[in-house]
Write a protein that binds this ligand. Structure first.
Ligand code: 13P
Length: 253
């Protein structure tokens, strides 16, 4: 069976002290639980090198929270896929609703970043999801389709091969109210079928995550759903006790 993929998205949080403490604490339990899960850490990019230094022999993967689609040049404030590779991160979180909202990233821009990430041998973690109003108006599936379609348009039929896709309903992020496990399973099933249909390939390999108020209380019921390959944890990943507990729970799955 596939190991659950647990991703910690620290967003704009943390400092060197948290990095030190976090790594020290999780190192202790590494052997017990971590081999039963694939753990991907995504602190702010500026702390990745420091985190690696603190990790010593610990083998964990890293994701960055954003990337530019330009390779180099006069793009103040941006980071390239080349730089991401140089610091040893393997994954790139793309299309997070906070970037879509606060940095005006539309589906086309996300698709360009996705393309650039893939051709430079990094693995995209594409976040998609609908707002509360869109859900209320019954638009969830059409919004998700639009977010997916643009990736196919820019990146072609094989776009999603060897990628991760995270269903992160905006109404569940940071609210303390997760989508119900049944709904998560239903939506992920829809996404999977849609991607296979658009790819015209039943062997296409991609993994599906859920994100939005994942906690020690709900992870057990979420992770055991048929279409859930893992979770993307925001605020719950900043507290190492909770994070460890979630990894522990998912190990027993
Ligand atoms: P929360 O777990 O804080 O709701 O955030 C989820 C998220 O946005 C992960 O990318």
């Amino acid at each position: 069976m596939l190991k659950p993929i647990i991703i910690a998205n620290w967003k704009l949080n943390g400092d060197k002290i948290l990095v030190q403490k976090f790594i020290k604490k999780i190192s202790f339990d590494y052997k017990k639980y971590f081999k039963k899960n694939t753990i991907i850490l995504s602190p702010p990019i500026i702390y990745i090198e420091y985190m690696k230094k603190c990790m010593k022999n610990l083998k964990l993967s890293f994701a960055v929270q954003n990337v530019d689609y330009n390779y180099q040049g006069a793009f103040t404030g941006e980071i390239s896929t080349y730089m991401v590779q140089e610091i040893g991160a393997k994954y790139v979180i793309l299309g997070h609703s906070e970037r879509r909202k606060n940095h005006f990233e539309n589906n086309l821009l996300v698709a360009k970043k996705f393309y650039c990430t893939k051709i430079n041998n990094l693995i995209p973690i594409l976040c998609i999801g609908e707002t509360k109003n869109e859900k209320k108006s019954g638009l969830t599936k059409s919004i998700l389709k639009k977010q997916i379609d643009e990736i196919f348009l820019i990146c072609g039929k094989n776009a999603f091969n060897n990628t991760l896709i995270a269903y992160e309903p905006i109404w569940a992020i940071g609210t303390g109210t997760n989508a119900s496990p049944i709904l998560i399973n239903k939506i992920l099933k829809f996404i999977k079928k849609y991607i296979i249909y658009k790819s015209d390939n039943t062997n296409i390999k991609f993994y599906m995550q859920y994100g939005g108020s994942v906690s020690t209380e709900n992870i057990k019921d979420i992770i055991c759903q048929k279409y859930v390959d893992g979770v993307l944890i925001g605020s719950g990943s900043l507290n190492y006790k909770n994070f460890l507990k979630m990894i522990q729970i998912s190990s027993k799955n």
